[in-house]
Design a protein around this ligand. Structure first.
Ligand code: APR
Ligand code: ZN
Length: 363
């Protein structure tokens, strides 16, 4: 085989080994594919979930799925973008033909959201798997044209990158799934990039009470900067504290942005009768929630998830880009660390410890 390029990428060899920056070989873009020079990439908890036992992907695995960059090459028959365009990567490109796509729910597309797939890339001659079809913590990626979304060149790359996962997910949960209305009350549990995005959107929606919850005080200032009205530490008295702030009733909507059964149960108990729990975090297969059958009946609550913000990225990423450029959505509070690719293992350790929010790699 001829062609292809060698680039640096963050690689996990096994789930129990710390990932390292290695040289990988990417093919030239094939029919309908594009090469993107990555300019910024965020480190998301789902990358950690690939290597900490939460998910069971195939290895060796190139990590990363939240990124923005510039199209450098396009393969034959590519009509969606051309060289030089700035793009955000989409880890759930829709086929537009399956049953879910036809029903207007591209986030459930039959072809989308696989933890890892092989795309013709190699490491030391062996087939390389790439996270969510992207493997975006890398200098370059080669992806299907439908996995890129053009955005205005004025949008800074670090902010653009976040639109591809944390912001689309957290904002979409509030706008598309819960449809939070002005004057309502919400609790957001887990204040990483995703939870803080939910806080931003709840404020934008005019929610009157935005209770933000995390395990330690260290997230207090971040929560307030994003627009929370109250910060609460997650402890045994959390549900009582939430009820005390809502006349004993509970909030209208709870957003679980951690991905654990215990926090889903806490979210459930924090919501008023007839309110809704939105599971935004991605938990493990064997982490099981337990709800009282009588309570499920009596409470009238709804438990639902929000996959990729129940968004159509082709529609919602450009809309979010417009909001950011107009000054209506400030995503900069999400960025707590600016790092190099070599510093990404430390960023994954911070996520494991619950420190900071987004670490963004600049290339
Ligand atoms: N109660 C409250 N907050 C908690 C708890 C808990 N019991 N356990 C962990 N957290 C907090 C962490 O301290 C951290 O601040 O949840 C936050 C999670 O944030 P990140 O690790 O930065 O994760 P993020 O990238 O925002 O993703 C959140 O959404 O898409 C999914 O896979 C992703 O499940 C993950 C979730
Ligand atoms: Zn992500």
């Amino acid at each position: 085989m001829s062609g292809g390029r060698t680039v640096s990428a963050l690689l996990a060899r096994r789930a129990d080994l710390s990932p390292t920056v290695e040289q990988v070989r990417l093919p030239d873009p094939g029919p309908g594919e594009v090469r993107v020079r990555i300019r910024a990439a965020g480190v998301c908890h789902s990358d950690l979930s690939m290597i900490n036992g939460t998910l069971a992907p195939s290895f060796p695995l190139a990590l990363g799925h939240e990124a923005a960059g510039v199209v450098t090459d396009v393969g034959p028959g590519t009509d969606r973008v051309s060289g030089g365009e700035h793009v955000v990567l989409n880890w759930s490109p829709a086929c537009r033909t399956c049953w879910h796509c036809a029903a207007g729910r591209p986030w459930f597309c039959d072809t989308a959201g696989r933890p890892s797939s092989a795309r013709g890339a190699t490491a030391d001659g062996a087939a390389l798997h790439v996270t969510l079809g992207l493997g975006a913590l890398a200098e370059e990626v080669v992806v299907p044209q439908h996995a890129v979304i053009p955005v205005p060149a004025e949008l800074p790359f670090d902010q653009a990158a976040l639109l591809g996962c944390a912001v689309l997910t957290g904002v979409g949960a509030v706008r598309n799934t819960a449809r939070v209305a002005a004057g309502e009350s919400v609790v957001v549990i887990g204040l990483g990039g995703v939870g803080l995005s939910a806080v931003l959107a709840a404020r934008d929606a005019g929610a009157e009470q935005i209770l933000a919850v995390d395990v330690t005080e260290s997230k207090h200032a971040l929560a307030i900067a994003a627009g929370a009205t109250d910060f609460l530490v997650s402890d045994g008295g959390l549900v009582r504290s939430i009820r005390a702030r809502t006349d004993g009733r509970g909030v209208d909507h709870a957003f679980e942005c951690v991905g654990r059964a215990t926090t889903i149960e806490t979210a459930w108990r924090s919501v008023r009768r007839g309110g809704g729990v939105i599971v935004v975090g991605m938990g493990a297969r064997d982490d099981v929630i337990s709800l009282s059958a009588l309570d499920v009946f009596h409470s009238g609550r709804v438990l639902r998830s929000s996959v990729y913000g129940a968004a159509d990225p082709d529609r919602d990423v450009p809309a979010l880009a417009r909001d950011v450029l107009a000054g209506d959505l400030d995503v900069t509070p999400l960025i707590t660390h600016r790092i190099s690719l070599a510093e990404t293992p430390a960023a994954l350790d911070r996520l494991a410890r619950g420190e900071g929010a987004r670490s963004v790699v600049s290339f």
